[in-house]
Design a protein around this ligand. Sequence first.
Ligand SMILES: [Fe+2]
Length: 169
Amino acid sequence: LEKFIMTAKTVKDLFIHSLSDIYSAEKQMTKSLPQLARAATNEELSAAFKTHLEETQGQIDRIDRLVEGAGIRLKRVKCVAMEGLVEEGREQIEEIEQGPVLDTALIAAAQKVEHYEIAAYGSLIALAKQLGETEAATLLAETLEEEKATDERLSLLAEQKVAAEALGK
Ligand SMILES: [Fe+2]
């Protein structure tokens, strides 16, 4: 991929750029989530990653629909922020043996991803509203809710089972 040169000038340009960026981020997650699911020992955690993989595929479809509905064209960009977050998760998998401690690290890595996505979708919704793209805003809000739910599910897992297992309780 060619390095993206920032040329956004209008709110619409910014919207398209941000949307292209999160599209790349979601695509990267479809490759990362199966790795996280495989690396997790706790079954609920592994299941949470698998569920979110399915949701992520739905989120990509949702962006495809949005793009069609709004008559816009995505740019070919790579979300370097997500690339870094994914890389950090991969490092944890390489450095920590499978078990509750790795699970805790995987939750932290995945929550960083969710928080990035929550911020990105929040901004996108605001931009869509500014542009009067009501349908786009609605679709993006659906995804935002899924990201928030995933984040909460991971928080609960971190606080409950996985934490207890990591401490050997
Ligand atoms: Fe997502």
